[in-house]
Design a protein around this ligand. Structure first.
Ligand code: FAD
Length: 491
């Protein structure tokens, strides 16, 4: 019966020419399922869960253990995706199904590299898949970057989404103008959260302190600054449309920035064309009567500022707080997506009390023994196989760099899982010897006084958050500290 299930599983998931099939048909007994390949995944974001999902579906004998530094799972789905995008978070349901499989285990509150070493994981498992994301951020590298009032988008997003390490951020929102550096989707998320009516945000899972601060916010104008022009903005049309339609706001664009753009559109691919057409419409077309009324009553505004690079954040007279941003005016060399921004001698100063740099997340090395490419800030790999490190695999933003949506991460994580399965099948990865898996890791964690949070522990946190949210008309009220998460998980 067991063998039939295993074999039909193989048919369904079409493993192709896989020597593991041979080993099965060569008579490896059902004990394969208990002593089969032990794989661990580091990080429980989309990459970790999609890699685990694919492995578990494809090989009925594999055990996948997911280690996560926080007591709560799901990575940027919980701590990155904007609170007003609840539909994006539905992927959590799929991840939950994976976590509840008997051959998958979640160990939260375990920081790999600190609580447990990479060497210990490699000893315990046949394969280790690194999918710990991109926790660092690129800095602007300009004077004044460390003044009060300058934040990375990563921290700002972490603050409104309840990332415990960003709880103390308490950004000062008492100025009227905020500048966001970068024109990607994260920049637009930040702009939208800064300008959205509180009535709208209070129905989301935004944290209570962020909601309170935003209710008191005096920020009424957000400038979204990019190094290049309208044909190179990095956001997608959905996010731009949300800005255009954001209640209580009006666009503030410079018509001259769009000279020649309509003519350049004929050679442009469709998604870029549609995005640029919406920009052109917003910047240049006279609004209809209803839209004009909407704009007339708007108390807040937003706009794109093109072809500008930050040179310096200027302080107020106290020398500690942000008062303005000095920008270089750029010219473009080349055309289309590949156009390069080149600094001119022209400069301008934009008064602002808040600067949020949204110029990219960045992965960090985890252990000196794990290869890392500092220039690309990724783990060098070939289809997810870590270069010159047999048994080590990588998926997600750590593999590709911090770009793409969850669907992109899913496809590339499936690719990594396929590479791993292929290596098990071909014998390139030896899974014939028995490995202790989580047994040895649990023992080490015990010795170190670390108690992992299981998936059912997380479900207790989930229930408490949902209950607290329900009481105030939100989908959830997130717990904000690791201590409280642990306390609830152990209740
Ligand atoms: P992550 O989601 O970052 O997961 C990494 C996990 O590893 C985290 O849980 C982290 O805690 C854990 N970890 C880190 N270090 C360790 C360690 N040492 N030990 C154990 N665990 C560790 N995509 C969309 O499709 N729609 C959106 O609306 C959208 N919005 C976004 C908004 C923002 C602000 C950002 C930054 C991204 C957004 N994305 C969105 C993209 C999406 O979030 C990513 O594609 C995806 O999360 C990348 O997955 P990942 O697993 O590689 O990384």
């Amino acid at each position: 019966m067991r063998a039939r299930t295993l074999l039909s599983g193989l048919k369904v998931w079409n493993l192709g020419k896989n020597t593991w099939v041979n080993r099965l048909s060569n008579g490896v007994s059902s004990s394969v399922s208990t002593h089969g390949p032990q794989v661990c995944v580091v990080g429980s974001g989309p990459a970790g869960f999609y890699t685990a999902q694919h492995l578990i579906k494809a090989r009925p004998d594999v055990q996948v253990d997911i280690y996560e530094q926080l007591p709560v799972p799901f990575g940027l789905v919980r701590f990155g995706v904007a609170p007003d995008h609840p539909e994006v978070k539905n992927v959590i349901n799929t991840f939950t199904q994976t976590a509840k499989q008997s051959r998958c285990a979640f160990y939260g509150n375990v920081n790999v590299g600190k609580d447990i070493s990479m060497e210990e994981l490699r000893q315990a498992y046949h394969a280790v898949v690194l999918s710990y994301g991109a926790e660092g951020n690129r800095t602007m590298g300009v004077p004044g970057e460390h003044l009060d009032g300058v934040y990375s988008a990563k921290d700002f997003v972490g603050w409104y989404n309840g990332l415990p390490s960003c709880r103390q951020l308490s950004p000062d929102l008492s100025c009227d103008t905020a500048v966001i550096l970068g024109q990607g989707n994260v920049a637009l998320d930040v702009a939208r959260i800064l300008l959205a009516p509180v009535q709208m945000l209070k129905k989301t899972d935004i944290t209570a302190p962020a909601l309170e601060a935003l209710a008191e916010s005096r920020v009424s104008r957000v400038l979204i600054v990019g190094r290049r022009g309208p044909l190179q903005v990095a956001c997608t049309i959905k996010e731009l449309r949300e800005m255009v339609n954001l209640p209580g706001t009006k666009p503030e664009m410079v018509a001259a920035d769009f000279e020649g753009i309509a003519e350049a559109l004929k050679d442009v691919a469709r998604p870029r064309k549609r995005l640029t057409e919406l920009l052109l419409k917003t910047a240049l077309e006279p609004p209809g009567e209803k839209e004009q009324q909407r704009r007339n009553s708007a108390r807040r505004s937003w706009g794109f500022l093109f072809c500008r690079s930050p040179l310096e954040v200027l302080p107020d007279p106290s020398g500690t707080r942000t008062a303005a941003l000095r920008l270089a005016v750029n010219k473009l060399e080349g055309s289309g997506e590949g156009a390069r921004a080149v600094l001119t001698t022209e400069e301008e100063v934009v008064p602002c009390g808040l600067v949020i740099s949204s110029i990219g997340y960045k992965s960090l090395p985890i252990d000196p023994a794990v290869p890392f490419d500092p220039s690309k800030a990724i783990i060098p790999n070939d289809m997810g196989r870590v270069t010159q490190a047999p048994g080590l695999y990588v998926s997600g933003w750590l593999k590709t760099g911090p770009t793409g949506v969850i669907a992109t991460t899913m496809n590339s994580s499936f690719d990594t899982a396929r590479s791993l399965l292929e290596d098990m099948g071909s014998g390139a990865l030896d899974v014939s010897t028995r490995k202790p898996g989580s047994d040895s890791i649990q023992a080490l964690l015990d010795q170190r006084g670390i108690k992992p949070v299981t998936f059912s522990d997380w479900e207790k946190i989930d229930q408490v958050e949902s209950r607290r949210g329900e009481a105030v008309g939100k989908p959830r009220e997130k717990l904000l500290t690791v201590e409280e998460m642990l306390e609830v998980s152990r209740a």
